[in-house]
Design a protein around this ligand. Structure first.
Ligand SMILES: [Zn+2]
Length: 263
């Protein structure tokens, strides 16, 4: 644990000075797939300079349906939600979410492993068939059949690799015991309370923020709370109406500086 914390701390310092925009490089447009970046813009209801996050497609001739959003409000929304997840009083809830997601994932992995094994058998049979045909055929068909066979061999090898990862994940999940969840929570919470390091902790905790014309979703990377390595993603999604965030009608009741008992 200590080593891991040290490594993470080291990782944090490598991120350099904080960027001008808290969520830059974290937001992606769901409509066009491009990144949504921070910029200063003149306008809004009060007709003044303000910082906004805007889909990059707007910089070209093509117009994307995703509307820009006031950066202060989106920052606020994300920070408050992350702070909420990191609250001491929410540790059990977080643990429940992680356990549920882990069981879900292990089911999916089991299904995928079964599917891949079936496919491996199928392709194996095809290869046997081709081998027979080649043995009895004239030369001009051999080349095509050989290519086909190599393609199948490659697919089988890919499926086996994928299965190896899935099996590793499955075994890892089965041995998970989340005794360190509170320590991780406290660790992230402490960094989040330091304004200069907020961005780095958000980058660790947030896989991606997606925005389209209707919603904003924060995809929280639950693996950042676990002491295990997984090939698979483990995500928790917080979804909210874009217009409500833009009007700052939400989440005004969480206070980042709230005094919480440190474990
Ligand atoms: Zn877009």
């Amino acid at each position: 644990m200590q080593d891991l914390l040290k490594r993470r701390k080291h990782g944090l310092s490598r991120n350099g000075p904080p960027s001008k925009y808290l969520l830059s490089s974290m937001i992606q447009c769901r409509n066009c797939g491009r990144s949504i970046t921070g910029q200063t813009s003149y306008g809004g209801r009060k007709k003044e300079y303000r910082v906004i996050y805007r889909c990059k497609t707007h910089k070209k001739d093509v117009i994307c349906k995703t509307k820009p959003i006031n950066a202060l409000y989106l920052d606020d929304f994300v920070l408050k939600n992350i702070a909420f997840v990191l609250r001491v009083s929410n540790v059990k809830h977080l643990q429940q979410i992680i356990n549920d997601k882990l069981s879900e994932l292990s089911l999916v992995l089991k299904q995928n492993i079964q599917k891949s094994e079936d496919k491996i058998i199928e392709y194996g049979d095809e290869i046997k068939l081709i081998t027979k045909v080649i043995a009895n055929s004239r030369k001009n068909t051999e080349l095509i059949l050989n290519e086909q066979m190599y393609e199948y061999i490659e697919i089988i090898s890919e499926l086996k690799d994928e299965n190896k990862k899935n099996l590793t994940d499955l075994n890892t999940i089965q041995s998970v015991y989340q005794k360190d969840l509170k320590i991780k929570q406290t660790y992230y919470r402490n960094i989040l309370s330091k304004t200069s390091q907020r961005k780095s902790v958000l980058k660790l905790l947030i896989h991606k923020i997606y925005q389209d014309e209707k919603n904003v979703s924060i995809n929280i990377n639950l693996k950042s709370f676990l002491e295990i390595e997984l090939y698979s993603d483990l995500m928790y999604v917080i979804k909210q109406d874009r217009d409500l965030i833009a009007k700052k009608k939400l989440y005004n009741n969480f206070d980042l500086d709230e005094k919480e008992s440190i474990i």
